[in-house]
Design a protein around this ligand. Structure first.
Ligand SMILES: Nc1nc2c(c(=O)[nH]1)N[C@H]1C(S)=C(S)[C@@H](COP(=O)(O)OP(=O)(O)OC[C@H]3O[C@@H](n4cnc5c(=O)[nH]c(N)nc54)[C@H](O)[C@@H]3O)O[C@H]1N2
Ligand SMILES: Nc1nc2c(c(=O)[nH]1)N[C@H]1C(S)=C(S)[C@@H](COP(=O)(O)OP(=O)(O)OC[C@H]3O[C@@H](n4cnc5c(=O)[nH]c(N)nc54)[C@H](O)[C@@H]3O)O[C@H]1N2
Ligand code: SF4
Ligand SMILES: [Mo]
Length: 746
């Protein structure tokens, strides 16, 4: 007997609604949910393989605890006893900063990851916080923090309505989009073209997205900030600046004009390897389009001028009047956002409130660079304690961050490590305790983060499609118990964590004059909460306090968890709309177009105009049937073109004596790897490409399928010292490498 259940797909940022076929306790099929208010039936090969991802036999079923040097199966009780016994002495002896916390990407794809890590960090009080953001989008948080006063106020291109889209360093036909949640991104690009709009793609590779474009600019990696600065220059020079309705909300336009004076198209053309005339055309097309949106992603972030490039993306949107208008780039309003407060000056965004111990990197958004994790563990300094214990949640930095070999050693030297991860993989194998979450089919789902980045306002919630298997523990409960164990409350009722959060939130809300529950009794408000579990009650609370909420009775037709449960395909909340000045939290209450830290970093960009790398540089790439480091164990998603090969241009291959399929040695500052060459003219000369997330050949892992075709870890080519200075983001693209044909010995 089979049945179906609805489940939002957690496998990428597109958040498609799926209809799962379930036989017994197994997911045997997945198709797109045509009635889903957001995805309307769209599905990709990863979503279609939901059952295989979910049912991977290598997923851990019980906790593992290290005994006599070996990770062995244990009960949950034994596991949390071991966590408390491992973490508490470190905190008590060395203070909270000696406990590091590493949060990986899947935290944005689980309810547990949205609701508990912040509580853990608050309760622990550690500054040793590292996340996947600093190998990803931290430059965007920093530039938006500086421009708008809120690091999470990230404008999203209005894909459904724009007339002109300029995509920089993004390949949504493989990635399905990022910092821009849109189911069927490919379909939306085709629809843009069908309605007469234009698509321009800036990418050193002729990607599937670039092939769809009206114009593709194969820029030299790492030089987008120069290109965008020159476009900004052209807007001023050719009198194309027109802020329109934005004008009263923006300060600093003249200052930006002054700052870009030297970045003429002619001055940057050689560095970018793009014709000056073409740069002028890019600027003119942007200004001429009735509406337009500039959007930058991985290729514009994980580079030496990531924050400047991210800033310039928004500067271009603003100077052409496209920020905050339909068809341009808009600020979404999610159902679990805080109640909007009236517009006005805010506290602003500060960088560098503290610094990392070893290299003195400034914090950004409360985080230190993931690139610095290894040195924060393995290097002694006069001031401060090294990290001696580590909590890793959904994180595989041994493959995702620079120099995994050094991190391997550093993790081995820790007094204690706990990993919350479904796999015994390259990172988890170092843990003393592994706490495995249940598979997604057994977990509830709501997209707290991605709804704040979605191209349409909407809200959806999936309850677990399959009840928790005996012996399983919900990831929300795992994290609640981890918080208790880490903070000296081991053994307390995990529900106390949710109760505490609810009590604190409501206590604040009743004192907040902008809150719908202002002046009420928090106990009376709390008594109205519904939901079967602590996390559901927290979701109910956030929905009801939020911008569409019922305000606990103030707006009876507003959102509640019950109302959401009555709409299993979700509730549409309409297209993105203009919201300025409300989202601004800068000290001036305006968009601050030339923030001081940006102005201070511009001399470095000026210098880059005359810098020239002669040798080969490396860029990454993603494959539609993969996701970072953790999907190579699913047979249905591997093989074919999804391989860890070095893409190299035919002319470079010929010059170096590299033949198709033959092994080549790639050498970088952090080490060398050997991979088969794949000769392709899809990338520009002088650029080679390796995908990330491979290198599954380490002992002590349990990844049967992945280890049979392990690939190599591209991040071993990095030594972790190359960062975007403002954000601490790792430089993963445009990295100098040496490539040599490997002649097999006879
Ligand atoms: N060279 C290079 N390096 C890169 C990138 C690049 O483009 N080039 N991209 C970077 C980017 S954008 C990112 S986001 C990072 C990702 O870096 P990470 O977050 O470290 O890596 P992931 O592979 O996404 O997954 C992390 C871990 O989550 C586990 N996991 C999966 N599902 C769950 C779950 O439901 N719960 C829990 N608790 N764990 C789960 C997986 O088993 C895996 O061990 O990699 C970065 N590294
Ligand atoms: N299938 C699949 N989907 C995914 C993921 C995955 O691993 N696989 N990962 C998810 C995650 S965590 C993220 S963050 C997103 C990322 O989403 P995207 O940013 O869309 O992903 P990428 O495919 O890495 O696209 C980056 C592009 O930048 C180009 N590039 C490299 N260097 C430069 C440069 O200097 N300038 C310019 N202009 N371009 C450059 C690369 O050639 C590449 O095509 O994808 C998410 N979705
Ligand atoms: S596009 Fe992303 S969310 Fe949609 S089915 Fe594919 S992996 Fe899942
Ligand atoms: Mo990412």
């Amino acid at each position: 007997m089979s049945r179906t259940a609805l489940r939002i797909c957690p496998l990428c940022e597109a958040t498609c609604g799926l209809t799962l076929t379930i036989e017994g306790t197994r997911v045997t099929g997945a198709r797109g949910d045509r009635e889903d208010v957001f995805s309307r039936g769209f599905i990709c090969p990863k979503g279609a393989s939901f059952g295989a991802v979910d049912g991977d036999p290598d997923r851990l079923r019980t906790p593992l605890v290290r005994r006599d040097g070996e990770l062995r199966e244990a009960t949950w009780e034994e596991a949390f006893d071991a966590v408390a016994a491992g973490l508490r002495p470190v905190v008590e002896r060395h203070g909270p900063h000696a406990v590091g916390v590493v949060l990986g990407n899947p935290n944005v794809h689980t309810m547990a990851g949205a609701l508990y890590p912040q509580v853990l960090l608050g309760a622990l009080g550690t500054r040793s916080v590292f996340t996947a953001s600093t190998v990803d989008q931290m430059p965007k948080h920093v530039s938006c923090g500086l421009l708008y006063g809120d690091a999470n106020a990230i404008p999203v291109p209005d894909l459904d309505h724009t007339d002109h889209l300029l995509l920089i360093g993004a390949n949504p036909l493989e990635s399905n989009g990022s910092l821009c949640t849109a189911a069927d991104f490919p379909g939306k690009l085709k629809a843009l073209k069908a309605r007469g709009g234009t698509l321009t793609v800036i990418d050193p590779r002729r990607t599937r997205t670039a092939k769809l474009a009206d114009r593709h600019i194969a820029v030299r990696p790492g030089t987008d900030a120069l290109l965008l600065a020159a476009m900004t220059y052209v807007l001023f020079e050719e009198h194309l600046v027109d802020l329109g309705e934005l004008a009263p909300h923006v300060q600093g336009v003249d200052e930006v004009r002054e700052q870009v004076r030297e970045f003429t198209p002619e001055a940057v053309a050689e560095a970018c390897d793009v014709d000056a005339a073409e740069i002028r055309v890019l600027a003119r097309e942007l200004a001429a389009a009735p509406t337009a949106a500039v959007y930058g992603r991985i290729g514009s972030c994980t580079v030496p001028h990531g924050t400047l490039a991210s800033w310039l993306v928004d500067v271009l949107n603003i100077l052409t009047g496209n920020l905050d208008r339909p068809g341009g780039a808009l600020f979404p309003q999610a159902a679990t956002d805080r109640t909007p407060r009236p517009a006005g000056p805010g506290r602003g965004f500060a960088l560098g409130r503290w610094f990392s111990r070893v290299s003195q990197y400034p914090e950004a958004k409360g985080e230190l660079p993931l690139s610095a994790l290894a040195e924060e563990i393995d290097t002694e300094t006069a001031e401060g304690e090294p990290i001696r214990a580590l909590i890793a949640v959904a994180s595989n930095p041994v493959l995702s961050a620079p120099d995994g070999a050094r991190l391997d050693k550093a993790l081995d030297s820790l007094d204690f490590m706990v990993s919350v991860d479904p796999y015994l993989n390259e990172t988890a194998r170092h843990a003393d305790v592994v706490l495995p979450p249940p598979p997604p089919s057994q977990s509830p789902h709501h997209d707290f983060a991605f709804n704040t980045l979605a191209v349409r306002n909407q809200v959806r919630y999936s309850r677990p499609a399959i009840p928790l298997e005996p012996g399983r523990m919900a990831e929300t409960e795992i994290l609640a118990r981890l918080i208790l164990a880490a903070t000296g409350m081991h053994g307390a009722d995990p529900a106390a964590v949710d109760t505490m959060v609810i009590d604190q939130t409501l206590a604040k809300a009743v004192k907040d004059p902008n809150s719908p529950v202002h002046g009420r009794d928090p106990g009376e408000v709390a008594a109205q909460l519904t939901g079967d579990t602590g996390p559901e009650r927290r979701l109910d609370m956030m929905l009801r306090l939020g911008p569409y909420g019922d305000g606990f009775g103030v707006r009876p037709d507003g959102l509640t968890l019950q109302r959401l449960l009555a709409h299993p395909h979700g509730i549409d909340l309409g297209p993105l709309t203009s919201r300025l000045p409300q989202p601004l939290k800068t000290r001036s209450g305006k968009v601050e177009l030339l923030p001081q830290p940006i102005a201070d970093d511009l001399p470095r960009l000026r210098q880059a105009m005359s810098e020239r790398a002669d040798g080969l540089v490396l860029v990454g790439r993603r494959h539609l049937r993969s996701n970072n480091s953790w999907m190579h164990n699913v047979p249905a998603l591997t093989g074919g073109t999804n391989r860890c090969t070095l893409h190299i241009h035919p002319e470079d291959a010929e010059r170096l004596g590299v033949t198709d399929g033959a092994p080549v040695r790639v050498k970088g500052a952090g080490g060398e790897v050997t991979a088969p060459a794949e000769i392709t003219d899809a990338l520009r000369r002088g650029v080679v490409s390796l995908p990330h997330g491979w290198g599954h050949d380490r002992p002590g892992t349990r990844l049967n399928h992945a280890s049979a075709d392990p690939g190599v870890n591209v991040n071993q080519l990095l030594d972790g010292s190359l960062l975007d200075p403002l954000s601490g983001n790792a430089v993963l693209n445009g990295v100098p490498v040496e490539v040599a044909a490997l002649i097999a010995p006879l």
